[in-house]
Design a protein around this ligand. Sequence first.
Ligand SMILES: [Zn+2]
Length: 124
Amino acid sequence: MASVLSQPHFHNEAAAYARLEAIVWPEGPHCPRCGALDRITNVKGGRMGLRRCGHCKREFTVKVGTVFESSHVQLHLWFQAAHLMSSSKKGISAQPKSRPHRRDQPDSVGGAGNEMVTVNPGSL
Ligand SMILES: [Zn+2]
């Protein structure tokens, strides 16, 4: 069964870069230092997505200035995480549940250390 998670940018790093570039640079790459939109070239043999500005000579990727800039985690994994976080209505628990939930056992209310910590981007 095809899932939205089968899309290439969730599995392929080059596709993930292309996806982020389409989001960050809808009108094409621009230099984060001088803002130039022209004379931006691909750096051959450089790391993934590396561009060079012909005006100020700065080398950069689409990650410069984004939350991904200082991450060593591959971009397609971030896309998976972001997708899972945003597609779950209740968010994703940052702590494993300490015990299985059962209808015949009332939840302890206000019990210390049992509260779920959830992250829900929709509520931020
Ligand atoms: Zn520049």
